[in-house]
Design a protein around this ligand. Structure first.
Ligand code: FAD
Length: 409
């Protein structure tokens, strides 16, 4: 594979650089440091949308630019050098909901929701996980009951990132408990301002509270907001989750390693150990080389996924490989970065700690990255079954009507 630009790609890269040069706000880094991360990212998304550079690989009619996969990669490479990073708060909309709607929504829903998603006028949250339905999402219990042209929803979701500051949510519900668990689900989009939706933030180890419990009490959703057929919710949820793994793996998001390696390398270059510059230390060099090789491997797996997308295929189970490698790697690199800072590694106040406590926050966030979007064990199951073709996990309740599965209650 030749990774150098063709003359056409080089010309396109110059066009991208020129646009970014004219449009990226010069003060975004200062504003982010002052805690206005979400606001800066939302603004940047709108600037891109108005300039025709939002969601560059989406079709133009949905607010994208219709670029080829290779052009999209060039855009991302150049954007990541100079512009605000993609905010986690936009990932559900841009990386998951948009691609899912393009496959499963009807024309009216696509026209109503996709352009506003591309411009970040609608910020989305994901209302999938429940106390009894995380890895085993099909075990979810939130009920949707039809009532005329509406559905009445009752239940509880949990770990819903950003639900307290989102405009709309993607929601999976149970509409038929008399059939096996994967078959009785139905998928909706819901306006988070609908009466009966009650998000309650959960405090995390970092001190932040970015995810929520969400209680749904007699929430009424018009049937026009059902995505796909009644009973087809599992299929729609699977498209969403495949895109989630791709978005997280390819962007170096919650579980990603991208970004951290360069930072670590930068820091090591400036540090002195007892026997001279740390960059000359054999153990340090071995670790850096190992992480660099893994990152290169991930880039190549992602390139393979991009090639598959360019052939019109939907993202496959291979996206799980990137997520599985990046999660633990991010944790290891953050831990090593703190070790290298010696006693100062225990400081977490961004005003006092080295590199604004980047590795400290990364370490606190990395276990969550190995759970969100599917745990390491679930990634291993997916790779074993769907990439390597090994025998499947034992699923005793697969063909049993949901209402007959013992709950222990
Ligand atoms: C930071 C963060 C953000 C999140 N954001 C969202 C969000 O926005 N929306 C949302 O809906 N959810 C969200 N989640 C929830 C996330 O999807 C679930 O936590 C995850 O799917 C695991 O489910 P669980 O927590 O119920 O754990 P469980 O499914 O109860 O798993 C417990 C343990 O058992 C293991 N396990 C389970 N099943 C198997 C199996 N078959 N084989 C081997 N091991 C197994 C798991 O690996 C894990 O170690 C988020 C989670 C985190 C950490």
């Amino acid at each position: 594979m030749d990774f150098n630009d063709t003359p056409e790609e080089a010309e396109f890269r110059s066009e991208v650089r020129a646009w970014l040069d004219d449009n990226v706000q010069k003060d975004w880094r200062d504003r982010m440091v002052n805690g206005r991360f979400g606001e800066v990212c939302r603004e940047w998304q709108k600037i891109k949308y108005d300039g025709g550079w939002a969601c560059v690989n989406w079709p133009k009619e949905y607010g994208g630019r219709g670029l080829t996969p290779i052009q999209s990669v060039i855009w991302s490479q150049e954007e990541s050098k100079v512009a605000p990073p993609s905010a986690a708060m936009l990932v559900v909309g841009l990386g998951m909901t948009g691609p899912m709607l393009m496959v499963h929504a009807n024309d009216e829903q696509k026209a109503r929701l996709l352009p506003k998603t591309a411009s970040a006028e609608i910020v989305w949250c994901q209302l999938f996980s429940e106390p009894a339905g995380g890895s085993d999402l099909a075990a979810l219990r939130t009920k949707a009951v039809p009532d005329g042209d509406e559905w009445v929803i009752n239940g509880q979701k949990i770990w819903s990132s950003g639900a307290h500051e989102s405009d709309w949510g993607i929601l999976v519900t149970r509409t038929d408990p008399t059939v096996p668990k994967h078959k009785g689900l139905t998928f909706f989009v819901v306006d988070m301002k609908t009466p009966g939706i009650d998000p309650r933030p959960i405090k995390q180890i970092s001190g932040q509270a970015h995810f929520n419990e969400v209680f749904l009490n007699d929430v009424r959703i018009p049937d026009a907001n059902r995505i796909g057929a009644v009973g087809d919710g599992w299929k729609v949820a699977m498209t969403t989750l495949m895109n989630e793994r791709l978005a997280v793996g390819a962007s170096g998001g919650a579980a990603g390693a991208a970004g951290n390696f360069d930072s670590l390398f930068d820091m090591v270059r400036d540090l002195e150990g007892e026997d001279g510059p740390l960059i000359g230390d054999r153990v340090v060099r071995e670790k850096l080389a190992d992480w660099y090789c893994r990152e290169a491997g991930i880039r190549n797996v992602n390139a393979r996924t991009v090639s598959a997308l360019s052939r019109g295929d939907t993202p496959g189970p291979e996206a799980s490989i990137s997520k599985l490698i990046q999660g633990p790697q991010k944790q290891d690199m953050a831990s090593f970065g703190m070790d290298l800072q010696d006693m100062a590694g225990t400081l977490i106040d961004p005003e006092m700690a080295a590199r604004r406590a980047e590795f400290q926050y990364s370490l606190l966030g990395s276990p969550a990255g190995r759970i969100a979007g599917g745990t390491d064990e679930i990634m291993r199951n997916i790779i074993a079954e769907r990439v390597l073709g090994l025998p499947g996990d034992i699923r005793v309740d697969k063909d049993v009507p949901f209402s007959d599965i013992p709950t222990g209650a």
